[in-house]
Design a protein around this ligand. Structure first.
Ligand SMILES: NC(=O)c1ccc[n+]([C@@H]2O[C@H](COP(=O)([O-])OP(=O)(O)OC[C@H]3O[C@@H](n4cnc5c(N)ncnc54)[C@H](O)[C@@H]3O)[C@@H](O)[C@H]2O)c1
Length: 310
């Protein structure tokens, strides 16, 4: 199997590289390192089945095909990152999806899009099922990401209908684990860095907004299950165990043993009030559900950040 992964030097992309290499794939990783790092793939240097191409996917990609699978994971993914790179995010979701798709046509590769729970915006339905069409503030600050991914889904399905492109669409919900970037503004690395440094954990608002967190190992299993399935329609992949952010903060304090407290900050504009996937489709069609308890995943992730900061 020859597989191309865009965004392969990022958090999820690099774990996918590892997972697919273990299953005998030859991997070409394409990344412009805007939010990723070669640190995440340094252990693969010298692996004859792995190659890295530094390239911005908003420009045509000249990597030689054919491929069996093309996985489009490139995109800034944290609100802080897409706030900093709004136009790059829009272009990566639009032009980047178009350019990456070109590689799939040659040799008839299966194309997988990393979409997101953010296509549901600040949801008015709870939990979110795939047939919910979402509540995105079109001109709000988060829309550069939400609308880029919505467009990416739409163009993916248009290519499927028009050119019979073999497609898979993963609607990924909050995922965490080793190789997340410290300082990327996402809640788990932020809390962990603060706990390790003995600082107060910063919680937006009263922390009653809910999130559900999926450990990367479960996520990668779910993504692989979808990749090798025959499911064309979008599939939610995430952990349905929902918790208020304030409880997550307490859990990080407990696991880390930090003596820090909690500092409340103003809620950012457009921050979703709740987020929880309905994973019935993944359960029924992929026989997949996440298995890692949050405490276990958080403990492993904390060790990773502790080593990194040392
Ligand atoms: N981690 C999550 O919780 C989560 C949730 C929903 C969706 N996703 C999606 O999964 C994918 C990976 O997310 P992540 O958490 O690993 O983020 P990440 O920032 O760690 O990885 C994204 C990678 O894409 C690269 N990239 C961005 N724009 C590019 C471009 N124009 N050309 C080439 N490379 C580019 C970055 O350098 C980075 O290595 C993203 O598409 C994201 O939208 C992630």
């Amino acid at each position: 199997m020859r597989t191309l992964i865009t965004g392969g030097a990022g958090f999820l992309g690099s774990h996918l590289c590892d997972y697919l290499l273990d299953r005998g794939h030859t991997i070409v990783c394409v990344d412009n390192l805007i939010t990723g790092s070669t640190h995440n793939i340094a252990h693969l240097a010298g692996n004859k089945n792995f190659s890295f191409v530094e390239h911005d996917v908003t420009e045509p990609i000249s990597v030689k095909g054919p491929f069996d699978y093309v996985l489009h994971f490139a995109s800034p993914a944290s609100p802080m990152d897409y706030g900093k790179y709004p136009l790059e995010t829009l272009m990566t979701g639009s032009l980047g999806t178009r350019n990456t798709r070109e590689l799939s046509l040659e040799g008839g590769a299966r194309f997988m899009l990393a979409s997101t729970s953010e296509v549901y915006g600040d949801p008015l339905e709870h939990p979110q099922r795939e047939d919910y069409h979402g509540n995105v503030d079109i001109t709000g600050p988060r829309a550069v990401y939400d609308e880029a991914k919505r467009f990416a889904e739409t163009i993916t399905m248009a290519y499927h209908r028009k050119h019979r492109l073999d497609v898979r669409i993963a609607r990924i919900f909050n995922t965490y684990g080793p190789r997340m970037r410290l300082g990327d503004g996402r809640v788990i690395p932020t809390f962990m860095e603060q706990a390790i440094n003995g600082e107060d954990l910063t919680v937006f608002g009263r922390g009653t907004q809910t999130r559900s967190f999926c450990y990367y190992r479960d996520m990668v299993e779910g993504l692989y299950g979808l990749l090798i399935s025959d499911v064309i329609e979008p599939v939610n992949i995430g952990d349905p165990n929902e918790m208020p952010v304030i409880e997550l903060a307490m859990m990080v304090l407990e696991i880390s043993g930090a003596g820090s407290g909690i500092k409340h900050l103003d809620l950012p504009k457009g921050d979703p009030k709740m987020r929880k996937p309905d994973i019935s489709r993944a359960k029924n069609l992929l026989a997949w559900e996440p298995l890692t308890p949050l405490e276990e995943g958080l403990t492993e992730t904390l060790s990773y950040f502790q080593e990194l900061l040392e």
